[in-house]
Design a protein around this ligand. Structure first.
Ligand SMILES: [Zn+2]
Length: 208
Protein backbone atom coordinates (compact mmCIF):
# COMPACT_ATOMS: atom_id res chain seq x y z
CA UNK A 1 0.00 0.00 0.00
CA UNK A 2 1.21 3.47 -0.79
CA UNK A 3 1.33 5.56 2.37
CA UNK A 4 0.10 9.01 1.41
CA UNK A 5 1.76 11.04 4.10
CA UNK A 6 4.48 10.81 6.70
CA UNK A 7 3.35 11.89 10.13
CA UNK A 8 5.63 13.06 12.93
CA UNK A 9 5.22 10.59 15.80
CA UNK A 10 7.84 12.29 17.99
CA UNK A 11 5.17 13.01 20.60
CA UNK A 12 5.96 9.52 21.90
CA UNK A 13 2.34 8.42 22.52
CA UNK A 14 -0.15 7.79 19.73
CA UNK A 15 -2.97 9.94 21.12
CA UNK A 16 -0.62 12.95 21.44
CA UNK A 17 0.90 12.40 17.99
CA UNK A 18 -2.65 12.36 16.66
CA UNK A 19 -3.39 15.72 18.35
CA UNK A 20 -0.38 17.11 16.46
CA UNK A 21 -1.99 16.40 13.08
CA UNK A 22 -3.11 20.02 13.27
CA UNK A 23 0.27 21.66 12.76
CA UNK A 24 1.09 25.16 14.05
CA UNK A 25 -2.11 25.05 16.08
CA UNK A 26 -1.22 28.25 17.94
CA UNK A 27 -0.03 30.15 14.86
CA UNK A 28 -1.94 32.43 12.55
CA UNK A 29 -2.37 29.72 9.94
CA UNK A 30 -2.66 26.24 11.43
CA UNK A 31 -2.01 23.46 8.90
CA UNK A 32 -4.51 20.62 8.70
CA UNK A 33 -2.78 17.30 8.00
CA UNK A 34 -5.94 15.19 7.95
CA UNK A 35 -7.66 15.69 4.62
CA UNK A 36 -8.96 12.33 3.56
CA UNK A 37 -9.58 8.83 4.82
CA UNK A 38 -6.23 7.64 3.46
CA UNK A 39 -4.55 9.98 5.96
CA UNK A 40 -6.20 8.18 8.88
CA UNK A 41 -5.04 4.85 7.49
CA UNK A 42 -1.53 6.20 6.90
CA UNK A 43 -1.34 7.45 10.50
CA UNK A 44 -2.45 4.08 11.88
CA UNK A 45 -0.01 2.15 9.67
CA UNK A 46 2.85 4.40 10.78
CA UNK A 47 1.84 4.07 14.42
CA UNK A 48 1.73 0.31 13.83
CA UNK A 49 -1.83 0.01 15.11
CA UNK A 50 -3.00 -1.23 11.72
CA UNK A 51 -1.33 -3.86 9.57
CA UNK A 52 -1.01 -3.64 5.81
CA UNK A 53 -3.65 -6.18 4.71
CA UNK A 54 -6.33 -4.54 6.84
CA UNK A 55 -5.14 -1.09 5.78
CA UNK A 56 -5.65 -2.09 2.15
CA UNK A 57 -9.09 -3.49 2.95
CA UNK A 58 -10.18 -0.29 4.69
CA UNK A 59 -8.80 1.89 1.92
CA UNK A 60 -10.81 -0.07 -0.65
CA UNK A 61 -13.90 0.17 1.55
CA UNK A 62 -13.48 3.94 1.90
CA UNK A 63 -13.19 4.19 -1.87
CA UNK A 64 -16.51 2.40 -2.30
CA UNK A 65 -18.23 4.40 0.49
CA UNK A 66 -16.88 7.95 0.05
CA UNK A 67 -19.65 9.68 2.03
CA UNK A 68 -19.14 7.39 5.04
CA UNK A 69 -15.36 7.78 4.77
CA UNK A 70 -15.63 11.58 4.73
CA UNK A 71 -17.89 11.40 7.81
CA UNK A 72 -15.22 9.38 9.65
CA UNK A 73 -12.60 12.02 8.78
CA UNK A 74 -14.90 14.67 10.30
CA UNK A 75 -15.35 12.51 13.40
CA UNK A 76 -11.58 12.05 13.60
CA UNK A 77 -11.06 15.82 13.65
CA UNK A 78 -13.70 16.22 16.40
CA UNK A 79 -11.95 13.45 18.38
CA UNK A 80 -8.57 15.13 17.84
CA UNK A 81 -9.82 18.48 19.15
CA UNK A 82 -11.40 16.71 22.14
CA UNK A 83 -8.05 15.07 22.89
CA UNK A 84 -6.26 18.41 22.50
CA UNK A 85 -8.54 20.03 25.11
CA UNK A 86 -8.15 17.12 27.51
CA UNK A 87 -4.37 16.75 27.23
CA UNK A 88 -3.54 20.45 27.11
CA UNK A 89 -5.41 20.66 30.44
CA UNK A 90 -3.35 17.71 31.72
CA UNK A 91 -0.15 19.43 30.51
CA UNK A 92 -1.18 22.55 32.45
CA UNK A 93 -1.79 20.34 35.51
CA UNK A 94 -5.51 21.11 35.40
CA UNK A 95 -8.49 18.78 35.52
CA UNK A 96 -9.95 18.09 32.06
CA UNK A 97 -13.44 19.45 31.54
CA UNK A 98 -16.16 17.06 32.75
CA UNK A 99 -18.12 17.26 29.49
CA UNK A 100 -14.97 16.46 27.52
CA UNK A 101 -14.32 13.44 29.70
CA UNK A 102 -17.89 12.26 29.12
CA UNK A 103 -17.40 12.67 25.37
CA UNK A 104 -14.23 10.58 25.59
CA UNK A 105 -16.16 7.97 27.57
CA UNK A 106 -18.60 7.72 24.68
CA UNK A 107 -15.71 7.20 22.25
CA UNK A 108 -14.17 4.65 24.58
CA UNK A 109 -17.36 2.59 24.87
CA UNK A 110 -17.73 2.59 21.09
CA UNK A 111 -14.11 1.58 20.56
CA UNK A 112 -13.84 -1.10 23.25
CA UNK A 113 -16.93 -2.84 21.90
CA UNK A 114 -14.60 -3.96 19.11
CA UNK A 115 -11.82 -5.39 21.25
CA UNK A 116 -10.98 -9.07 20.93
CA UNK A 117 -8.27 -11.53 21.81
CA UNK A 118 -6.12 -12.85 18.98
CA UNK A 119 -3.85 -15.87 18.93
CA UNK A 120 -0.44 -14.69 17.69
CA UNK A 121 2.02 -17.62 17.42
CA UNK A 122 1.93 -19.14 20.92
CA UNK A 123 0.62 -16.05 22.65
CA UNK A 124 -2.78 -14.45 23.11
CA UNK A 125 -2.81 -10.72 22.42
CA UNK A 126 -5.28 -7.87 22.55
CA UNK A 127 -6.57 -7.03 19.10
CA UNK A 128 -9.39 -5.32 17.23
CA UNK A 129 -12.24 -6.97 15.43
CA UNK A 130 -11.14 -7.25 11.81
CA UNK A 131 -13.82 -6.23 9.45
CA UNK A 132 -15.52 -3.44 7.74
CA UNK A 133 -15.79 -0.63 10.24
CA UNK A 134 -14.30 2.56 8.82
CA UNK A 135 -13.74 3.87 12.36
CA UNK A 136 -11.13 1.16 12.94
CA UNK A 137 -8.10 3.57 12.67
CA UNK A 138 -9.54 5.70 15.52
CA UNK A 139 -10.01 2.94 18.10
CA UNK A 140 -6.35 2.53 19.10
CA UNK A 141 -6.07 6.32 19.46
CA UNK A 142 -8.98 6.34 21.91
CA UNK A 143 -7.45 3.41 23.78
CA UNK A 144 -4.09 5.20 23.91
CA UNK A 145 -5.78 8.30 25.39
CA UNK A 146 -7.54 6.27 28.10
CA UNK A 147 -4.32 4.48 29.01
CA UNK A 148 -2.35 7.71 29.24
CA UNK A 149 -5.02 9.42 31.35
CA UNK A 150 -5.15 6.52 33.82
CA UNK A 151 -1.39 5.96 33.98
CA UNK A 152 0.85 7.39 36.69
CA UNK A 153 2.87 9.08 33.94
CA UNK A 154 0.29 11.74 33.04
CA UNK A 155 2.61 14.33 34.60
CA UNK A 156 4.91 13.85 31.64
CA UNK A 157 2.42 15.26 29.14
CA UNK A 158 3.74 18.62 27.92
CA UNK A 159 2.70 21.35 25.56
CA UNK A 160 5.56 22.74 23.46
CA UNK A 161 6.95 25.93 25.00
CA UNK A 162 6.96 27.76 21.62
CA UNK A 163 3.93 30.06 21.82
CA UNK A 164 2.63 29.39 18.31
CA UNK A 165 3.25 25.63 18.23
CA UNK A 166 1.03 23.98 20.86
CA UNK A 167 2.18 20.49 19.95
CA UNK A 168 1.70 18.00 22.73
CA UNK A 169 4.30 15.41 23.64
CA UNK A 170 5.27 12.88 26.28
CA UNK A 171 8.41 13.95 28.13
CA UNK A 172 10.59 10.86 28.52
CA UNK A 173 13.66 12.76 29.69
CA UNK A 174 15.07 11.55 33.00
CA UNK A 175 14.76 14.89 34.75
CA UNK A 176 11.47 15.75 33.05
CA UNK A 177 12.97 18.84 31.45
CA UNK A 178 12.01 18.55 27.77
CA UNK A 179 10.40 21.84 26.73
CA UNK A 180 10.15 21.62 22.96
CA UNK A 181 8.22 19.29 20.69
CA UNK A 182 11.34 19.18 18.55
CA UNK A 183 14.75 20.65 19.32
CA UNK A 184 15.57 21.11 15.61
CA UNK A 185 12.51 23.26 14.95
CA UNK A 186 10.91 24.91 18.00
CA UNK A 187 13.99 24.55 20.25
CA UNK A 188 16.27 26.25 17.73
CA UNK A 189 13.71 28.91 16.96
CA UNK A 190 13.50 29.78 20.66
CA UNK A 191 17.29 29.96 20.87
CA UNK A 192 17.41 32.36 17.90
CA UNK A 193 14.63 34.49 19.48
CA UNK A 194 16.55 34.67 22.77
CA UNK A 195 19.76 35.58 20.92
CA UNK A 196 17.96 38.38 19.05
CA UNK A 197 16.36 39.63 22.27
CA UNK A 198 19.80 39.73 23.93
CA UNK A 199 21.22 41.62 20.94
CA UNK A 200 18.37 44.12 21.11
CA UNK A 201 19.05 44.49 24.85
CA UNK A 202 22.74 45.13 24.13
CA UNK A 203 21.86 47.76 21.51
CA UNK A 204 19.62 49.55 23.99
CA UNK A 205 22.44 49.59 26.58
CA UNK A 206 24.90 50.89 23.96
CA UNK A 207 22.67 53.72 22.83
CA UNK A 208 21.68 54.69 26.37
ZN1 LIG B 1 6.89 22.97 19.09
Amino acid sequence: MQVTKTFDLDAGVDCLAFVNTLDDRGGERPTELLHEYADLVAFAVQAETLQEPEARRLTALAFSRPVDAAAVVSEAIILRELLYRIFSAVAAECQPDGADLQALNGELRAALGNVELDRVSDAIEWGWLPGTNLRRPLWPIVQSAAELLTSSEGGRVRECAAHDCEWLFFDESRNRSRRWCNMQTCGNRAKVDRFRARQRGAEIVETA
